[in-house]
Design a protein around this ligand. Sequence first.
Ligand code: SF4
Length: 81
Amino acid sequence: MQASEAIRYSEGPFQPVIDKCEGCERVVEENDTKYCRVYIKPEAKWRLGICNFATHAKPEIKVVKVRINPLKASKRASRRR
Ligand code: SF4
């Protein structure tokens, strides 16, 4: 009986994942070859930087802390009403 999964990655235009995809939850394996569930060409995705769909790698996000004086903020909020 055929598996319920209708997509056949090896028969489509899908290209295998690259080393950087290792560990990503979107990797699917078919016939001992790993494919990406969301990208046809994983290699092209990584050429521009970190893949934005990667579940195992995240770009460094810099958090800039903005100091807010709570007193002034509440005054500003009440003025708007
Ligand atoms: S989502 Fe990105 S990192 Fe994950 S398998 Fe696909 S191309 Fe690779």
